[in-house]
Design a binder for this molecule. Structure first.
Ligand SMILES: [Zn+2]
Length: 148
């Protein structure tokens, strides 16, 4: 029996392999990009736009900051409150084109000792946790020099 892969939050990413990408939205009026996605109102204070379209975000970025995560990360990062938080490397990545910072866990096996500010990482599919029937999927950050 195989588990059903299900995103922890719908609409934040797409793909499950080389086509994996984070999804944001972009204002058609001022081209501001939002992640997590903004659906109805542009958050640019100088823009009255309300027409936002879904766009794939840069797959790669550079580490802006990182930490050994001893606590649950804030929203939009989703965790299961019923399970104990397992410490992991948590990375804030500045996306290549958008210059916005997106939080996420490092892939399994990567610790803070493997990371450095400015290192290039890419978004890859990851599993947040599994229960009896479902593999809850999310994005994780993987240094681009790592292939495993
Ligand atoms: Zn706008």
């Amino acid at each position: 029996m195989s588990l059903t892969p299900t995103p922890v939050v719908a609409g934040l990413f797409a793909g499950d392999g080389d086509d994996f990408t984070l999804l944001g939205t972009r204002c058609r009026a001022c081209a501001s990009v939002f992640f997590p996605r903004e659906e109805f109102n542009c958050r640019n204070p100088g823009c009255q736009g309300g027409d936002l379209e879904e766009v794939p975000l840069s797959r790669r970025g550079r580490i802006w900051s990182y930490t050994d995560s001893r606590y649950r990360p804030p929203s939009p990062y989703v965790t299961n409150p019923e399970l104990p938080w397992e410490p992991c490397a948590l990375i804030a990545v500045e996306l290549e084109a958008e210059r916005m910072v997106v939080l996420g866990q490092a892939v399994p096996g990567i610790t803070v000792a493997d990371l450095a500010v400015g290192m290039e990482v890419e978004a890859v599919p990851g599993v947040l946790h599994e229960d009896a029937e479902t593999s809850w999927t999310t994005w994780k950050w993987r240094p681009t020099g790592v292939t495993a």
